[in-house]
Design a protein around this ligand. Sequence first.
Ligand code: ZN
Length: 188
Amino acid sequence: MKVKCLRVRRAVAGKRRVFVFDASGFITGLDSLLHEGEIYTTPEVAGELREAEVKKRCETALSLGRVKIESPEPAHLKAAREAAASTGDLLKLSKADLSILALTVMLKDRGFSPTLISEDYAVQNVAEHLSLPYASTVGRIRLEVKWTVYCPSCGRSFQSSSELRVCPVCGEKLKRKAWKRRRLKGET
Ligand SMILES: [Zn+2]
């Protein structure tokens, strides 16, 4: 009898698990969380993704319907801004930071069970204040990224530690890309 009651209660409380990503979420958490629940983010965060590979993975997940981009409503933005003002974090938060806090509030209002994924202490602090679940990075898997610097014109690559800004051969501005991602195991 007790077991039955428990089950019913769980079913009632069983809200759909979703994640709200900031830019760091897409770098460290996309692979590991993709199958755990839908991933939400805002246009501001999507616009912050710079690395070609991260952008590409995000676009693939978007086309598969695993990532959803939504804007929070003004009321949720107001709630996020007020919470940030009361914790003293408002000045530290970008428009993108506020947008994901507001989006998490909105998803919670809609009956989802959202977890905000951000490595930013100010964002986490405001999430705490709003009683929103958050995590700095995902599960036990972290990625170590190694960078290479290359010339988009001739394709020559250079040590990432080099202080070159432009290609010594063609004078083109050098770009950076991740050439190696290593999964790190351990506590976050
Ligand atoms: Zn070059």
